[in-house]
Design a protein around this ligand. Sequence first.
Ligand code: UDX
Length: 445
Amino acid sequence: MIVGILGLGHVGLPTALGFAENGWSVIGADRDSAKVAQVARGEAPFFEAGVQETLQRHLNSGLLQVTDSIPSAVESCDVLFVCVGTPQGDDGAADLSQLEGVAITIARNLNGYKLIVEKSTTPVRTAERLKRTISRYANGNHEFDVAVNPEFLQEGTALHNFLNPDRVVLGVETERARDLLLELYRPLVARSELAGDNPEDRLIVTDLNTAELIKHASNAFLATKISFINMVGDICEAARADVKEVARGLGMDPRIGPRFLGAGAGFGGYCLPKDLRAFVRIGELNGVDMSLLRAVENVNDERINKLMHKVHEALWVVQGKTIAIWGLSFKPDTDDIREAPSLKVVTRLLDEGAYLRLHDPLALAEFQKEFPEQVGRLEYYDSPYEAAAGADAIVLLTEWRDYLTVDLSQVRDTMEVPLLIDGRNLLDPAAVRSLGFEYHSMGRR
Ligand code: UDX
């Protein structure tokens, strides 16, 4: 069986490598020729742990081939995973035009039975439309099935997530599709058996619409947890309590769990914000009251205002002040800045007349594309020490481990004013204050 991966982005490339790791022959296709050329040279087009090495290994082993011709990938492969983008449209709904484009290309190049698997995150009932589109445009009378196999990859650990899934969700309509997908995932299931797990606990075989909903509902629930703890953080702040302790206590309840209870600058990234909006939209289109999730979004939007309020309280006048920004990516271990809080905070501080000194371990190049140094009043530094030198304040926006190991007393000595606003509650307030810093964080005493 040859596996085709259509779209070599943050989902497609780790998925292609994951299947190759499991011994399958994989053809990765993307219409972006420059990206394909880069991947073919063994260079990952974005930072993702383990991707670069695994890519080189499987280009050498021959298990992975890449092409900029989607039609040729369709012709050569038995199973096609559709991993194209489903960005946000103007009204908040998912823009499914790339998906439709790929469906038409698949239809026109069918040359035998194919299983077409939707991996991109899509609103419920998209797979039904995918199927209808392929039928309409099909070239001849070839059989095909459509299935849904949502990705649950987190950026920064995508390859690890693929190889150690907490769940495998298969939405299928036919036995043939189910059997093919089970065959493809057999190495992963075998591995969890070896680990002593019951594979049934991690595998869900269901219908197309349910599979799509599992993905949207999962991301909406994660977003809800984060906005919930941010709301609790605001109460903590008013009551002089500590949201980190509250979250620890909450998370000890196994019905709640400790993860995704980190209060701070709110959630960003390519997936959570857009998937939440698309879920709200599809719910409302179906006449469902989605006000719960609208509130989740509102709480998140307010986080930047809360953070800016702290900056104003601490600095009083922002105009003319020099501010170091520590952390630009939307979360640690990635160079991705899409919907990162840093984009809004930097825009607002520049609008207010601040001078900015920016640091991030990985995302400087990406950020520079949006904010070149030529726009003025902003400079990029490879070291957090250099970024902080001469600053009136540091604003920490991403919880990189690097900032935990910075020698803060050295930083303090080079700052104009030792003031630190921790938008991620990364540091220990007592320890930072004992070094002579004025320290503010989100929802803590
Ligand atoms: C998310 C989903 O987790 C993943 O399952 C899906 O496949 C893709 O979308 P990702 O975008 O990589 O993954 O980011 P995630 O780790 O979920 O974090 C999203 C945002 O929430 C980040 O900005 C992060 O800083 C923020 N966050 C996360 C918090 O503010 N608090 C937390 O406790 C956890």
